[in-house]
Design a binder for this molecule. Structure first.
Ligand code: GLA
Length: 375
């Protein structure tokens, strides 16, 4: 009994120490600050879900009330071969969310990227036909959504179906099945779990043509009696785009159409956009490499401050539209984890999130919390 008590006391002490190490001088956490407004989420990788990265896992439990798997539920991860599903990492993700009372999101069911080649293949050398691909889509959605029925609370059903000009992306899904592939995906998802929220997810929705296309899609599906619960706006943004006005116009247009918005993959890059340079130039020029990776060691205070101001402006915007914006999810927990360290240029040091590489809150964190106070 004595030993037992000591053990549990040790455990309580450990938890309290962890908590104090993470608590930020009496600051409310993100989920507390916005609890009346929207959910606040983060995308998790496998190490975080399994607790190998215990510092990040503790931070997630402390700060967030929704989680999205960064890669674990993408087709190539969960269903790499026709007869093979790999559920173990995704199971851990869902268990982690449920255990901690969170709102787990499934990402993503139908996408042109990170989907194995076999999905689109028919007889040797030939593409699959409509019936085959629809059959595979249905099997995949029923199996994956069905497995987490009642536990994964919202799904990015279709990801990135539009080009920036609002035309449909000529993905294998469109080419093989035709325009109704999106409708089918939503129908299968609703069939698999009638209680999960179902979203259409895309990037650059601050571009008016693309926002308009997403709105048309959702209205059209609803008119056909197909359930869509919201538009996921990825929000991979930067210090210099979009303007606040552009971001607000998009949210206002969804709001005017009565469509809920989920900010699903937010990060703000502080590194220059490389798109103006050609690949060859990037490989060749050392000077250019330095220009594209301006802060390899640490982020200067002035940029840290610009990032904080940007985050504060966007959170004030989400806050103004809290009746429409139902969730804000960051694409990662801390800067060290972000995909922006290796995309679109490999080996950069980027600083796009609210927590630094040691899981410490940055000025941007304080600025975001402040927007909740300034109600
Ligand atoms: C898109 C996808 C995400 C992720 C990011 C980059 O936004 O929706 O799953 O792959 O790109 O990490």
């Amino acid at each position: 009994m004595g030993i037992h008590l000591k053990k549990s006391m040790r455990m309580a002490l450990y938890v309290a120490t962890m908590w104090m190490a993470c608590a930020h001088q009496g600051q409310p956490t993100l989920k507390q600050a916005f609890e009346k407004d929207f959910l606040v989420g983060a995308a998790l990788n496998e190490k975080q879900v399994t607790g190998v990265d215990s510092a990040a896992a503790a931070l997630v439990v402390q700060q967030f009330n929704s989680i999205t798997p960064e890669n674990l539920l993408k087709w190539e991860a969960v269903h790499p071969l026709p007869e093979q599903y790999q559920f173990e990492p995704a199971d851990r993700f869902v268990d982690f969310g449920i255990k901690n009372g969170m709102f787990p999101i499934g990402h993503t069911l139908v996408w042109h990227s990170q989907t194995p080649k076999w999905v689109f293949e028919g007889r040797p050398g030939k593409p699959a036909d409509r019936e085959i691909l629809l059959g595979r889509m249905r099997d995949h959605i029923l199996t994956v959504v069905g497995r987490y029925k009642g536990r994964i609370r919202g799904w990015d059903v279709v990801n990135e179906a539009f080009e920036d000009d609002g035309t449909m992306r000529k993905s294998p899904w469109l080419k093989i099945i035709g325009q109704d592939y999106i409708q089918k995906a939503f129908e299968f998802a609703a069939e698999a779990d009638s209680s999960a929220e179902l979203y259409y997810n895309d990037y650059n929705l601050w571009k008016p043509e693309k926002a308009a296309a997403a709105i048309r899609l959702v209205k059209d599906l609803k008119a056909k009696g197909v359930r869509v619960d919201g538009i996921g706006e990825q929000a991979h943004w930067a210090l210099d785009y979009p303007t606040l006005k552009e971001a607000e116009a998009a949210i206002a247009s969804f709001e005017a159409s009565g469509i809920n918005v989920l900010i699903t993959e937010m990060d703000i890059s502080v590194c220059p956009n490389p798109w103006n340079y050609t690949g060859a130039e990037i490989e060749r020029s050392f000077e250019l490499q330095k220009k594209l990776n301006p802060y390899p060691e640490t982020l200067p205070d002035s940029v840290q401050q610009s990032l904080a101001t940007r985050y504060a402006e966007f959170f004030a915007l989400f806050h103004r539209h809290a009746g429409t914006v139902n969730r804000v999810t960051f694409w990662g927990v801390h800067d060290g984890q972000s995909w922006l360290n290796y995309w679109p240029v490999r080996g950069r040091t980027n600083y796009p999130l609210l927590f630094d590489r040691q899981c410490k809150p940055k000025p941007a964190f304080e600025a975001v919390i402040e927007t909740a106070r300034a109600k």
